[in-house]
Design a protein. Structure first.
Length: 281
């Protein structure tokens, strides 16, 4: 079964696919191992026949898309000679005829499959393929972000618990803090996002740096912290904007506001003040 956050991202992509494409039925699921996907999300279905289906690589239309790692479609599922027919009973129960299946591929590994279907035997056009591929990319990006967050969280937990970490390694901690903060706005799962921000807070307070009298008193908005963290890594306003998905003018505005709150007159002073205030590691 997908994690709650993954299920939300999958459901959101499918609803977008249905709305944008006009396809009356959409469904999909993530792979439980390297060869099997479990159908967990449906929209527009009139029966429960498709829910819980385990799609094996190479079997049926979705299995073909998984095996080939590319979109596949049929204009009349029951009579198609280009796929195997292990799932005909469920497909017939739902009355599906024209179907497209698009794999979700993250770093060359298939992680799921999305379907869109009509109840008439019609040839699906290029626009439908494009919309389905776009929905799959949305899921791919969400899963890639989750993977990166989990990797960074795992890499930093040990450092957080080791107050004797060498100064050179603290530069790695600071970089992890910056990367985690940059990823936070892209995490749809609120539980994972809260965990990520909690770890960022622990990173910011885990170093051995001297804290000033304003430690814990200065309050910056989340995006102000993000910008100052980028500045601390040596990023220009343009580079910070690219990392954070903001406009350079917006970065400049956040930086000015942060400097005012920190009582800083230069970028370097802002970084030093943020670290003394316990806002950055």
């Amino acid at each position: 079964m997908p994690e709650p956050g993954e299920a939300t991202e999958l459901r959101t992509a499918l609803l977008g696919l249905r709305r944008t494409s006009g396809l009356p039925v959409v469904f999909g699921g993530l792979l439980s191992d390297t060869r099997h996907a479990l159908i967990t999300e449906l929209s527009g279905a009139q029966t429960p026949a498709l829910r819980g289906l385990v799609i094996s690589s190479g079997s049926g239309l979705g299995g073909k898309a998984i095996a080939l790692s590319r979109p596949c479609a049929v204009s009349d599922y029951p009579s198609s000679r280009h796929i195997s027919h292990e799932y005909d009973t469920a497909v017939a129960a739902e009355g599906l005829r024209s179907v497209v299946a698009v794999p979700v591929v993250v770093r060359r590994t298939v992680r799921g499959v999305l379907y869109g279907a009509l109840r008439e035997p019609l040839t699906l056009g290029d626009r439908t393929f494009d919309v389905a591929a776009s929905a799959a990319r949305d899921v791919e990006q969400a899963l890639a972000v989750r993977d990166e967050v989990q990797r960074l969280l795992a890499a930093t937990r040990e450092r957080i618990s080791d107050p004797g970490t060498a100064d050179g390694t603290w530069e790695d901690v600071r970089e992890a803090h910056r990367e985690l903060r940059a990823l936070a706005p892209r995490v749809a799962d609120p539980t994972l996002r809260d965990e990520l921000l909690a770890v960022c807070g622990r990173l910011a307070s885990a170093t051995g740096a001297d804290r000033g009298p304003d430690a814990g008193r200065v309050r910056l908005a989340p995006r102000e912290v993000d910008v100052v963290a980028c500045v601390a890594s040596g990023a220009t306003n343009a580079a910070a904007a690219e990392r954070l998905g903001l406009r350079p003018e917006t970065v400049k505005s956040y930086l000015r506001s942060a400097m005012r709150k920190l009582g800083a007159h230069t970028r370097l002073e802002a970084v030093v003040a943020a670290r003394r205030a316990g806002l950055l590691p």
